[in-house]
Design a protein around this ligand. Structure first.
Ligand code: UDX
Length: 446
């Protein structure tokens, strides 16, 4: 089989590479010539564990190609996947400009039966618009070439995207014809060997599934964050509550970890887009509005704890931050809670030095040298009044507390990810703030 994937962003590149891994010939197309040149040299524009060797291997095997020319990569294809960006408009709704441009081009050059698959997260009704756009172009050409559209949302988690693609919990595909269903079944067969189901449905339901899935997960997180904050007030420990409710299989133990709020390219964007769609359709989703509100508030939770600790005065305080990316195993800084925190700390006149295993460059690109960047986690602590843990990278889980103590002015940690044990922090003599748990105060010997 032969497929073309338009858009070499996160979704397009991971999907294309994983499809190539099964023996399919894949051409990934992008208008960005520099990106294509780099990819042809094996240079990957994103950080995703395992992706680079996989891209190189499939290029060497002659199954994975990169091109800036969509026109030439339509005629040999069984399917074209649209995986271009859908950035949020000012009002939060998804901007479909790029999707429609691609559809137009397909309509201009399609020369045989083709399945056109929307893979980007797109508002409900987009596949229909893609279909109408292609049809319009075909009408202009007086052509009656047959084609089908399909919706195949992705559920990839950054940092675990390859595994998610190769071993999916499920594959959701919206189609309107048996012919399209047959093409999609063939394409996904290699991934579905070990009971990973493919769920076929109508197209609007497939489009809705993506938004509903991400919104449900975002809701779980915001709910837990709100519960965590209440736990602090009533003297409960959210870790116990999490274990208590998570063992109920109806609730499940995933995505109920409280923290500093969800970030990334998907949850914030998709929640906003669904809120917008619901409003436009005259059925406002009050729950989701609260999910967003709670999340925005949660991004300041460590800042509020610090303000309370330092009696509202952070001027001149030296603050170390561990973790900048919105979650571990990625350099993605989109909607990262660290950015909100940094901006608030700088506004208060604090001095910030941060360390992240991979996101430093990306952070620097966003906020320049408004903060200091440390080479390692310990360097960030030199003379620090406090340490803030924003992202739960593995290497922060078992640090050398004795070394830390010598480097910092104060044994003071604000942990936004609950990575340390309360008893241990007490024994080590740290003042330790976390999320939804008791505050550990360093015992001062009179
Ligand atoms: C998400 C979806 O999981 C994926 O299916 C979809 O295709 C794209 O969006 P991603 O954004 O890569 O993936 O990250 P994910 O691991 O889902 O985490 C999202 C955010 O939620 C992160 O900021 C993370 O820190 C936060 N989170 C996650 C929590 O705060 N608590 C949790 O229990 C889980």
């Amino acid at each position: 089989m032969n497929i073309t994937i338009v858009g070499t962003g996160y979704v397009g590149l991971v999907s294309g590479t994983c499809f190539a891994e099964t023996g399919i010939t894949v051409t990934c197309v992008d208008v960005d010539q520099t990106k294509i040149d780099n990819l042809n040299k094996g240079i990957i524009p994103i950080y995703e564990p395992g992706l680079e060797p996989m891209v190189k291997r499939n290029m060497e095997k002659g199954r994975l190609f990169f091109s800036n020319n969509l026109k030439d990569n339509i005629s040999g294809a069984d399917a074209v996947f649209i995986a271009v960006g859908t950035p949020p408009d000012e009002d939060g709704s998804a901007d479909l400009r790029y999707v429609i441009e691609v559809a137009k081009e397909i309509g201009r050059y399609i020369d045989h039966y083709l399945v056109i698959v929307t893979k980007s997260t797109v508002p409900i009704g987009t596949a229909k618009r893609v279909k109408a756009t292609i049809k319009e172009e075909l009408d202009n050409r007086n052509s009656d070439i047959q084609f089908d559209v399909a919706s195949n949302p992705e559920f990839l988690k950054e940092g675990a995207a390859i595994d998610d693609f190769l071993k999916p919990d499920r594959v959701v595909i919206g189609t309107e014809s048996e012919r399209a269903q047959a093409v999609m079944t063939k394409l996904y067969k290699p991934f579905l060997m070990n009971n990973h189901p493919v769920i076929f449905m109508d197209i609007p339901s497939a489009e809705m599934t993506k938004y509903a899935a991400n919104s449900m997960l975002a809701t779980k997180i915001s709910f837990m964050n709100d519960i965590a904050n209440l736990c602090e007030i009533v003297g409960a420990d959210v870790n116990n509550v999490r274990r208590g409710i998570g063992s109920d299989s109806r609730i499940g133990n995933k995505f109920i970890y409280p923290g500093t709020g969800y970030g990334g390219s998907c949850f914030p964007k998709d929640v906003q887009a669904l809120i917008k769609t619901a409003e436009q359709k005259g059925h406002p989703l009050e729950i989701l509005k609260s999910v967003e509100l709670v999340n925005n508030r949660q991004k300041s939770v460590l800042y509020k704890k610090m303000m309370a600790h330092f009696d509202g005065n952070l001027k001149g305080k030296k603050i170390a931050i561990w973790g900048l990316s919105f979650k571990p195993n990625t350099d993605d800084m989109r909607e990262a809670p660290s950015l909100v925190l940094i901006s608030k700390l700088l506004n208060e006149g604090a001095e910030v030095t941060a360390y992240d295993p991979v996101a430093t460059k990306e952070c620097q690109r966003k906020i320049g040298d408004t903060i200091g960047y440390a080479k390692d986690q310990y360097e960030a602590l030199i003379d620090a009044d406090a340490l803030l843990i924003v992202t739960e990278w593995s290497e922060f889980r078992l640090p050398n507390f004795k070394v830390m103590e010598k480097l910092m002015k104060e044994n003071l940690i604000f942990d936004g990810r609950n990575i340390y044990d309360l008893h241990e922090m007490k024994e080590l003599g740290y003042t330790y703030y976390s999320i939804g748990r008791e505050i550990i105060k360093k015992e001062t010997i009179e």
